[in-house]
Design a protein around this ligand. Structure first.
Ligand code: C2O
Ligand code: CU
Ligand code: CU
Length: 469
């Protein structure tokens, strides 16, 4: 099939399949349109030389669908934030806020103490700034940052207060991994957003939206609707972030080419794992390698059964492929966490229907809705804990601040490949058993959070806080 025919048929089948139509163009997508709709990367903010990071939370506007401007927010730009490159060592951050209301800068996936974590107890007031002097010391990973004001997180993240962080040790060449930003190493932020008939982005969750989380009717990738990724004819690395408020993706390629999983939330796997489909819940990241050597176009899709297009890919002969074969091994450490296992804790992610009807009180952990002034439990610094986490009613992506954890069991069996590496967020479809060593301190003034990463559930109280001392 010729490229053009392929895109045409893919476009119509996807448009027919779902209102979540992400493919631009239409029946006559031409090369010039592909160029115009080419997927853009967020701008790079490389902190490696300076050890300094400056961001400004701001309001903005963006015309996503060509139907008029929507009110948005971003870090140092109109929508979303730059891709920050970090290396281990000291990092002097400075986050300013001109957004119009308090925000935070939470580093989701960075292993830093509670006072640097940017959680709900570290608001930056309008006109103010926050200057944590951080020390980064962890394995390479794709992590992210977003605002985290209790009760406002869902709306603020929906409006754009989020961005990606690449934590790198500069050794991807030795690993044989693609590492050229925007060429063979693509940052891909998946977000569904809701647009009204005039094409403006809206956020006004109903009771039903609170229940399931707020779902969109259009896909945005890196804040673009209808984007097309253009890649070299070789191995391409996709750093996927599910930055959606509530949508869980079950990703696959339309031509069923394999996705070689190389990293989960907080680090590399020991070796690539070939997958046909990959589930990615809100807050989770996955790095995959995809082979484009043959040059055939394809479409990254979601949800077998009621498929919709997430992102089409075409290859470009003028881009020189740097990596042409998959690495056999990686250097992700999978050792069992060391230390005496001091305690088992049970956490249930609760969603009571009755309470919800009476104003959202049904969202809770262990029956208690989140309260800023209440510490829910205390963990001993340096200890290892096993947590058994249960979801009630629907699947909830459970996230823990300040640690990387391993999934020991999912519903009594071994974890799915997506959950076989270092994680900070896990989709709990029934019961998940996780283990972590709590190495970062967090006092009662800036405790760590654990919560459902469906942001409407989190804001409604499915969150708890704990100290590590
Ligand atoms: Cu991604 Cu508590 O956050
Ligand atoms: Cu987090
Ligand atoms: Cu939830």
């Amino acid at each position: 099939m010729k490229r053009r025919d392929f895109l045409t048929s893919a476009t119509s089948s996807i448009l027919a399949a779902n209102g979540l139509a992400s493919i631009a163009g239409g029946p006559a997508l031409a090369a010039t349109e592909a160029a115009a709709n080419r997927l853009k990367m967020p701008p790079l903010l490389d902190t490696r030389a300076s050890g300094r990071l400056q961001l400004t939370a701001q309001s903005g506007s963006a015309d996503f669908l060509g139907g008029g401007a929507s009110k948005t927010a971003g870090f140092s730009q109109n929508f979303l934030g730059p891709t920050i490159i970090l290396r281990n060592g000291p990092l002097a951050a400075e986050v300013r806020n001109t957004f119009g209301e308090a925000v935070t800068a939470h580093w989701h996936g960075l292993l830093v103490p509670g006072e640097h974590d940017g959680g709900p107890h570290l608001p930056i007031r309008e006109g103010g700034q926050w200057t944590p002097d951080m020390q980064i010391e962890q394995d390479p990973a794709t992590v992210w940052y977003h605002s985290h004001i209790h009760g406002r997180t869902a709306e603020q993240v929906n409006s754009g207060l989020a961005g990606v962080i690449h934590l790198t040790d500069g050794r991807d060449d030795q690993r044989g991994l693609p590492a050229e930003y925007g060429v063979d190493d693509l940052t891909i932020v998946l977000q569904d957003r809701r647009f009204d008939r005039s094409g403006r982005m809206v956020y006004s969750p109903s009771m039903m939206d609170l229940m399931h989380g707020f779902l969109g009717n259009r896909m945005l990738v890196n804040g673009q609707a209808g984007a097309i990724a253009v890649v070299p004819k070789g191995i391409v690395r996709l750093r996927l972030l599910n930055g959606s408020n509530a949508r869980i993706y079950n990703l696959f390629f339309e031509d069923s080419r394999p996705m070689h999983l190389i990293a989960t939330d907080v680090g590399f796997l020991p070796e690539p794992v070939a997958l046909q489909d990959l589930s990615l819940a809100p807050g989770e990241r996955a790095e995959i390698l995809v082979n484009f050597a043959e040059g055939a176009p394809t479409v990254l899709m979601s949800d077998p059964g009621q498929a919709f297009g997430v992102l089409p890919f075409i290859s470009d002969d003028t881009l020189t492929p740097r990596i042409t074969k998959l690495p056999a091994m990686l250097d992700g450490e999978q050792d069992v966490i060391l230390g005496p296992e001091v305690r088992t804790r049970r956490l249930s992610l609760d969603m009571g229907m009755g309470g919800m009807m009476m104003g959202g009180g049904g969202f809770a952990i262990n029956g208690r809705s989140f309260e800023m002034g209440r510490i829910d439990f205390e963990v001993a610094l340096g200890s290892v804990e096993r947590w058994i986490v249960r979801s009630t009613m629907i699947a909830h992506p459970f996230h823990v601040h300040g640690v990387r954890f391993r999934v020991l069991k999912e519903n009594g069996g071994s974890p799915r490949p997506e959950n076989s590496g270092w994680k900070d967020t896990v989709l709990v479809t029934g019961e998940a058993e996780i283990v972590a060593r709590f190495d970062q301190p967090a006092g009662p003034d800036t405790p760590f959070m654990c919560h459902c990463h469906i942001l409407e559930h989190e804001d409604a109280g499915m969150m708890a806080q704990f100290t590590v001392t």
